[in-house]
Write a protein that binds this ligand. Sequence first.
Ligand SMILES: [Mn+2]
Length: 375
Amino acid sequence: MPKIIHTADIHLDAPFSMLDVQKAQVRKNELRGAFSSLILFAKTEKADMVIISGDLFDSGFVTKETTALLISQFASFPECRFIIAPGNHDFISQRSPYKKEMFPPNVYIFEDEKITHFSFPDIGVDVYGYAFTSEKYTENPLASVVPLDRGRINILAAHADLVGKSDSCPLTPADIARSGFDYVALGHIHKGGEVKVSGDTYYAYSGCLEGRSFDECGVKGVLVCEFSKQAGHLSASFANRRLCKRRYEKMNVDITGVDSTEALIERLRGALTEAGFGSDVLLRMRLTGRISPEITLNLKAVTAQALGLFYLELENDAMPLLNPEELKNDISIRGALYRELMPMLESENEEERQLAADALRLGLAALDGNDVVDF
Ligand SMILES: [Mn+2]
């Protein structure tokens, strides 16, 4: 029963431009580390094959460290075959590392835009695939019939877009059903892990190995696929395995009733514990709810370090008012100020809401003769 690990979109040497230089370097190293973990995982699982469905590299310019790492890692597990189908980021060209570097003999790289295949009779598997040869691939590689040996387990490694119209190899579930493959190992969409069926064909995006921004939230990893075929009948099983070093997450925390910076940090720590977020998390946190305008909160104290996170982006949408009902009915100038600002406080526009909240907070503080709340 051949065991195949399906991965894609590793984007080695991606710049991580959102982070400061030091953390960007940490993340670059961690991305390489995620690749090494993949190889270690493949060894532990005694995988027969690893399929990389494109975008192994972030671009055609790859550092020496990265190519050296790839070559040594591939060579360290000669029993396993590594199949690479170049995608839109690491498309094949004379200058690409796929052509310039000498990869070990257990590495198989698709170089043609048309579908070709590699046969592995010892495990009864044929892997088909194609390569991007530029950033765009607008043809449908499944437009013509691919003749398959039905006795084999037939897999297609495809960097492709399943949304219809696309510059990154548009495919449809109908194309997949017609193709007759047993499994289509997709790359390009970074959210993955869900195995679907079209006709008699299983297909899935593995997702990326490591998130690289808040557009790629959640736990990332690989798909472990096991296939067997007897008398033309396929049985298959799939499992998701986390391999990412860190993950991007977003969360809202209601801070209503918090009355000091210490209490705020305590509230946030509690929310993080509940969510299971720790030092492996890069978090975009939005504060919501209402707090008393009399309280001074020092948001500068709310750091990634204070909360035990790798990275933190804080967005403060909490309203500086504890009891809006009371203010609404207040006949003094405090109430008048509130009623004046209310349409803006409830605006759809976040900037406008923030501006109104600031105006209210400053206004109330001035009326009360208090110091300005430091938000
Ligand atoms: Mn891609």
